[in-house]
Structures are given as C-alpha cells and as structure tokens.
Write a protein that binds this ligand. Sequence first.
Ligand SMILES: *[C@@H]1O[C@H](CO)[C@@H](O)[C@H](O)[C@H]1NC(C)=O
Ligand SMILES: *[C@@H]1O[C@H](CO)[C@@H](O)[C@H](O)[C@H]1NC(C)=O
Ligand SMILES: *[C@@H]1O[C@H](CO)[C@@H](O)[C@H](O)[C@H]1NC(C)=O
Ligand SMILES: *[C@@H]1O[C@H](CO)[C@@H](O)[C@H](O)[C@H]1NC(C)=O
Ligand SMILES: *[C@@H]1O[C@H](CO)[C@@H](O)[C@H](O)[C@H]1NC(C)=O
Ligand SMILES: *[C@@H]1O[C@H](CO)[C@@H](O)[C@H](O)[C@H]1NC(C)=O
Length: 372
Amino acid sequence: MQIAGTLISLCAFLFLAFINAAESAQIMGAYPALFIFGDSLSDTGNAALEALPYAMKTTHLPYGETFPGWPSGRFSDGHLLVDLLATHFDLPLPNPFLNASADFVGGVNFAVAGSTALNPSCLTSLKVKSLTNLSLDVQISWHLKFKAEVESSIGLLKGSPTEAAFAEALYVIESGGNDYVYAYSAGYTPSFINFTLIPLVVQKIQSAVNTLISNGARNFLFVTITPLGCLPALLSRYNGTKDSIGCLEEYNQASFLHGAHLQTMVETLRISYPNDTFLLMDFYGAYKYVQNHNEEFGFVKSLEACCGAGDDYPYNYNADDECNENSASLCSDPTAYISWDGVHFTDAFHVQIFNQTFITGSFLDGAHKALS
Ligand SMILES: *[C@@H]1O[C@H](CO)[C@@H](O)[C@H](O)[C@H]1NC(C)=O
Ligand SMILES: *[C@@H]1O[C@H](CO)[C@@H](O)[C@H](O)[C@H]1NC(C)=O
Ligand SMILES: *[C@@H]1O[C@H](CO)[C@@H](O)[C@H](O)[C@H]1NC(C)=O
Ligand SMILES: *[C@@H]1O[C@H](CO)[C@@H](O)[C@H](O)[C@H]1NC(C)=O
Ligand SMILES: *[C@@H]1O[C@H](CO)[C@@H](O)[C@H](O)[C@H]1NC(C)=O
Ligand SMILES: *[C@@H]1O[C@H](CO)[C@@H](O)[C@H](O)[C@H]1NC(C)=O
C-alpha cells in the first residue's frame, strides 16, 4: 500500500483549519441560507459564467426549456435538486458565486460543473485528467474569502447574509462523481475505484467538512453520487455485466460504495459533534427506487437521454455530439425521461428524487432532523 500512503499525503488534508467559530442555537429544519459545494448536478451557473467550453451549451436552449423557460447555466431542462431544496426552505434560488451582481442573502452556490472532489494535482499523479481546476478545495477557499469579506464589512455589503447565518446555514456538499467518471475515462476499473479512489475522495470531503466546521458551520447535507452505470454516457462507452434494468452492474456497485463510505463519515461526525446536524441525501437509493418503479412515476424512458444525437446512437447519446441547440433529437416530453442529456437529469426526475428524500424522508438519513 505504498502508493496509497503517497496518495493520501498528496490528495487529502491539504487544507488547514482556520479560527474557531461562535456557537449559536439552531432551529431544526429552518435555515437562513444555503452554501453549496459540488459539480454540474448543483451548479446554477458558475461554469457558464467562467466560460468553461463544455458549459456553453447551458447558455442555449433546450437547456432550461422547462424552467425557467430560458437557458440559465443549469445542466438540465429545469430545476436542480438545490433549487428544490432552496424553495422547500423558503429561500431564493441559489445564485452562483461568480455572478458578482447577484443577491446572496439566502446563501451562495459555489458548485462548478465538471469539478472534482480531489485536487487536480492529485488526479494528475494518477494520470487522471479533470475538465477544470475549480475543485472542492477551490470552492471552499471561495467560501472562506466570501465569509471574511462579509465579516469585515458587516452592514456595508448589499445582498449578503448576516454574520449569524454562517453558523445557522445548511452546507450542502455534492461531490465525487466526476472523480470516478474521469478515472474511468483514464482506463481505471470499478475495482480501482472501490479500493483506492473512494477512500481518497471521501477523505477529501471529510477534510472540507473539517475546514467548514472550524469556520463555524454546524449543519450539513451530503448527497451520495448517482448510479453511474445507468448514465447513457457510460453505457455507450463501457461493456460489462448489466443488471435487470440494463445498467452496468460493477459501475453501480462502486457508486453504491461511495455512499456507504459517506454514511460511515456521517455517523462518525454525529458522534464527534452531537449538537450539530449531518444529513445524508441518498440520491443513489432514491434513483434506484424510482427507476425500479419507473412506469408508476411516468418515466417510461428510464435509460435513454431526452436530448441527444438521434436514433442512430444507443441511448440517444454520442459523446462527440452532445445535447445542444442543434441536436438531432430532442424528446417532446422530458417528464417521460430520467436522463436529460446523457449525463444530467430532467426537471421531472429531480422533482421525484426530491420527493423521495426531503418530502417523504424515505431516502434521507437523519430525516427526523430535516423534516419539521
Ligand atoms: C446575475 O445576477 C443578476 C442579479 O440577480 C441577474 O440580473 C443576472 O441575470 C445574473 N447574470 C447571470 C449571467 O446569471
Ligand atoms: C489547471 O491549472 C494548470 C496549472 O495552472 C494549468 O496548466 C491547466 O491548464 C489548468 N487546467 C484546466 C483544465 O483549467
Ligand atoms: C466494489 O464494492 C462493492 C460494495 O462493497 C462490491 O459489491 C463490489 O463487488 C466491488 N467491486 C469490485 C470490482 O471490487
Ligand atoms: C463492447 O462489446 C461490443 C460487442 O461485443 C464490441 O463491438 C465493442 O467494441 C465493445 N466496446 C468496448 C468499449 O469494449
Ligand atoms: C452540546 O450541548 C450541550 C447542551 O447545551 C452542552 O452541554 C454540550 O457541551 C454540547 N456538546 C458539544 C460537543 O459541544
Ligand atoms: C411524493 O411521493 C408520495 C409517495 O410516493 C406521493 O404520494 C406523492 O404524490 C409524491 N408527490 C409528488 C409531487 O409527486
């Protein structure tokens, strides 16, 4: 395990803790702000504002056609889970950090499409290429900078949260999926993901949590990764044993294992910080449930992308010709689809996943603390 030792020093714990935080009472279930860290499943415009080439398609229809009705920088036809979460807590839709003129009273969205949990230097040491350097550490550093700015100019900055909101806010971390997708692209197997990459990624998330806690964060929501073996993007690229639904079994097992490691992390955090809140949104579990009951939920097309390269391509997906304004094929009814563009999900699917987690509590670990 020499390689593992080297990787741990290179890949984890690069972040140092800052000052300790003020304590404050927490009303369970009511949060004055959301601070969001993650990738394209949570990004409401940062990658597009940064003009990252792969994000420019989200500045054109059909992205956003269902909601808000125009392209908004979201990788979907409509709402993301973080939009539904914000609405659930009566907060404004999460604004992207890179929009300098946005209102951040209800929190900030630091998520960047294409980003990884691990630092690009760590991934490079494994010969894994990331599409962007704006990884979890960078997003955390943006948050600390933002917090310091608010604290040094209380009452002067317009559209910023109160100082107390930093302790009372819900910190959402949805990260890791791209680390695995990029590793598969570099030729790694699900077994490598299982034994080497997942522990590193979850340690990285843990170190981000430690940094946030040392800076006053008290309430967290972690989101598990989706069953990657069900994505048209992977189904069209890799061979392997398929499950009864037609997803790649080993890729799904590895995705499941990421969630199991997160669960262990959450249980340990609850013991270390008994007065704080640690929720785990099981996107993986909710996804499998909805997929297994797809007809009941109206998702008659449970594996095919709504927007893609056309019938000549299995799953309506071609990596060299992804969904864009000129796509050969755009479905007329996205509510019948789980997959929006082969990598990301439809508004309708997000609504159901949110229902299975935050509304019914079925796939929300710690639900008793979140549903009030
Ligand atoms: C940035 O925020 C402002 C204020 O909410 C909004 O009017 C504008 O459309 C946003 N710009 C982008 C590119 O999202
Ligand atoms: C990441 O940063 C390195 C070093 O600054 C740079 O050479 C590289 O082009 C960047 N990669 C991306 C995808 O932005
Ligand atoms: C990865 O871990 C999962 C969960 O423990 C297990 O079911 C699966 O067989 C493992 N896959 C490989 C390729 O080792
Ligand atoms: C997957 O299997 C099919 C049929 O056996 C083969 O044509 C194709 O080249 C394989 N693809 C990959 C990526 O191995
Ligand atoms: C949790 O709160 C209780 C009651 O306010 C307090 O006695 C205890 O020290 C707190 N525990 C930690 C770990 O902060
Ligand atoms: C949420 O799920 C419950 C239980 O499956 C169902 O009764 C309800 O209609 C769902 N709500 C929406 C908005 O689909």
